[in-house]
Write a protein that binds this ligand. Structure first.
Ligand SMILES: NC(=O)c1ccc[n+]([C@@H]2O[C@H](COP(=O)([O-])OP(=O)(O)OC[C@H]3O[C@@H](n4cnc5c(N)ncnc54)[C@H](OP(=O)(O)O)[C@@H]3O)[C@@H](O)[C@H]2O)c1
Length: 332
């Protein structure tokens, strides 16, 4: 099989497509022919050794896949060979074949295309877990999304709207804000401009946002926390800006708010049943036409480095996906 391999930590340009022996699924595992693999910010971190998990070398990055089950490891009876599944796998998806823990595989219902299924798991799974489970977002509440044109950001706009919130999207350029508008945001803020906190106050009658979804960190976090409403929930999702902010805890006391961590990968591992049920709900929304992942660009496996450079260079909007045309097969 072909795989995009990381042999030593470095930039995306150091990745190489190589031919490898096909992997064999171990006990409790499935072998999956990958049809599509979502591209995510953590992929840019894991190849530099900057992610929480550090796989042994060499490894292929790629944390969310959709594909067809080819073989079952010992002790696995389902999903059956030929089933189309999706899964969050942390790494190993930038390849023609991937080994997946059977417990993580979710069958993809009819009506959900492989590219949509592949891009739905990590970003949309993170967002639904964050907004509903961790943030207790209620209908009519105000949700402020930072980095709102990125992969998880745009998902937060869409799911925030599906949960009935009023969504304010913050991003760094007009073009990015237009993508947020197209995804359903009710109001837009250019957070690279001076005075964005005043703009937010104006948009919320001085109350601030009930829930803040923050996948960016850096210099954006403290002003956003200062702009949270009484009893607000601040969701710590990621640090795409590179810097992990340190916040004065008195702000948390004064706002009577909660600062809540979101670690979707571990949620999916520790609470596999809850995660499968949540992903099944996301797939249902897609099949019913209520949700469509925003995919801005598709790449062949050979162009994985290009896709990662685009993400790391802050040039992507919505989701990027690697598509393995050779694997695409009619629905079993
Ligand atoms: N906690 C979890 O379980 C979990 C799960 C998935 C992802 N994440 C994290 O969430 C973050 C976003 O992931 P993503 O896949 O949505 O990434 P993405 O598509 O690249 O979006 C990140 C956004 O952050 C903003 N940004 C600000 N400074 C940046 C910089 N220096 N470099 C790159 N982007 C910058 C950009 O928007 P503007 O240009 O508009 O500022 C960009 O749209 C990452 O830190 C990722 O690790 C966490």
């Amino acid at each position: 099989m072909k795989a995009v391999l990381c042999r030593e930590y470095g930039p995306p340009s150091a990745l190489r497509v190589e031919d490898l022996t096909d992997p064999v699924p171990g006990p409790g595992q499935l072998l999956v022919r990958v049809e599509a693999c979502g591209v995510n910010f953590p992929d840019t971190l894991i190849i530099q050794g900057k992610y929480q998990q550090k796989p042994s070398m060499p490894f292929a990055p790629g944390g969310e896949i959709c594909g067809i089950v080819q073989a079952l490891g010992q002790g696995v009876s389902e999903p059956a060979i030929g089933t189309r599944i999706a899964a969050v796998i942390t790494y190993g998806g930038f390849a023609e074949l991937a080994v997946v823990e059977a417990v993580k595989a979710v069958p993809v219902p009819a009506g959900v295309e492989p590219e949509a299924a592949a891009t739905l798991c990590l970003a949309y799974g993170t967002v639904l877990h964050a907004l509903e489970d961790r943030g207790a977002l209620r209908p009519e509440e105000v949700l402020l999304v930072l980095g709102a044109s990125g992969g998880v950001g745009i998902a937060a706009i869409q799911i925030g709207k599906l949960l009935g919130a009023r969504v304010i999207a913050a991003a760094s350029s007009d073009e990015k804000l237009q993508a947020c508008r197209a995804a359903g945001a009710d109001a837009l803020i250019d957070y690279s401009a001076e005075g964005w906190r005043e703009q937010l106050r104006g948009l919320t009658d001085g109350r601030g946002a009930d829930v803040v979804f923050d996948p960016v960190g850096g210099g954006y976090t403290e002003p956003a926390l200062r702009s949270i409403a009484w009893r607000g929930r601040y969701l710590v999702v990621g640090f795409a800006a590179g810097e992990i902010p340190r916040i004065p805890l008195n702000l948390v006391l004064l706002k009577n708010c909660a600062v809540t961590g979101v670690f979707y990968g571990d949620f999916a591992r520790r609470e596999a049943d809850n995660n499968r049920a949540m992903l099944a709900r996301l797939f249902e929304w897609v099949a019913e036409g209520k949700l469509q992942p925003v995919i801005s660009q598709r790449f062949p496996l050979e162009c994985a480095s290009e896709a990662l450079e685009m993400l790391a260079g802050r040039r992507a909007t919505g989701k990027l996906v690697l598509v393995n045309h050779a694997a695409a097969s009619p629905r079993p």
